[in-house]
Design a protein around this ligand. Structure first.
Ligand code: NAD
Length: 253
């Protein structure tokens, strides 16, 4: 099988790390993107099977840094075949922003912070990556969230950012299909990562696990497996889809 050039954002830990490992295990070359975790990213690069993996850096809230990062990844990997928009931010530690609880200034700040990474950041990475896929085709997989459908009462900007990401994926699936670029999205429920450590360790942890009839939350590898398939050649017909990955904890009707 030929080795593909794969850019995974937020790949130094959590779901992104598992996604990077999955592609590398399949023989692909991975650009491990991080924001401020150079050491973790370098360690992962050294651990990944295969050759040709690189580490790239950018704050996704900075559009110019995004452009430089994506071009850097494409140059060092020899093009781009797959983009996984995984990086995302949930909420500031212990700082939810419900309507009745956040000041108007905090409310605006949180919306700006979350959207500029989860939605505009992903959109900018996508624009830059698509320039490198033009003429050769490609795959784009977005990591959204169950919260896009269920709502996020304490973190409404997060829920809205992921709903926006779902819609972005659908728009681009239509727009980019003529260029041989398929775009799909996964929408996980709770996954065991640093993002959820506090939730899962706290009093609410048992209740969160009980949301699924399997009595647990997801492992990052389970999300990575779906992302890997959606980025495969045979998954072209899944373009435009949003795949629920939540252990039957929530069923859309
Ligand atoms: P995580 O916090 O371990 O990873 C998120 C990564 O995104 C981190 O490496 C972080 O540095 C990076 N990131 C955040 N803001 C950034 C920015 N401005 N610029 C560059 N990088 C930035 O969490 P995770 O659980 O692995 O999350 C990965 C994705 O999965 C996120 O998009 C998240 O919303 C989504 N998700 C997670 C869960 C869950 O329960 N863990 C559930 C549904 C969806």
């Amino acid at each position: 099988m030929t080795s593909r050039a794969v850019l995974v954002t937020g790949a130094s830990r959590g779901i992104g790390r598992a996604v990077a490992a999955r592609f590398a295990a399949g023989g692909d070359r991975v650009a491990i993107h991080h924001r401020g975790s150079g050491e973790l990213a370098e360690r992962l690069r050294a651990e990944l099977p295969g050759d040709g993996h690189v580490v790239v850096r950018a704050d996704l809230a900075d559009p110019e840094a995004v452009r430089v990062m994506v071009d850097d990844a494409a140059t060092r990997l020899g093009g781009l075949d797959v983009l996984v928009n995984n990086a995302g931010v949930y909420g500031e530690r212990n700082a939810p922003h419900p309507v009745f609880g956040a000041s108007y200034a905090d409310w605006q700040r949180r919306w700006r912070q979350v959207l500029e990474t989860n939605l505009t950041g992903a959109a900018n990475v996508t624009w830059c990556a698509a320039q490198h896929m033009r003429g050769r085709g490609g795959r784009i997989v977005n990591v959204s969230s169950r919260g896009a459908f269920r709502g996020e009462p304490e973190q409404p900007a997060y829920g809205a950012s992921k709903a926006g990401l779902n819609a972005l994926g659908q728009s681009l699936a239509v727009a980019l299909a003529p260029y041989g670029i398929a775009v799909a999205t996964v929408a996980p429920g709770f996954v065991e990562t640093d993002m959820t450590t506090e939730h899962l360790a706290g009093e609410g942890g048992a209740a969160i696990r009980a949301q699924s009839p399997f009595g647990r939350v997801a492992r990052p590898e389970e999300i990575a497996a779906a992302v890997h398939w959606l980025a495969s050649a045979e998954a072209e017909w899944a373009s435009g889809t949003v795949v629920d990955l939540n252990g039957a904890s929530y069923l859309r009707t």
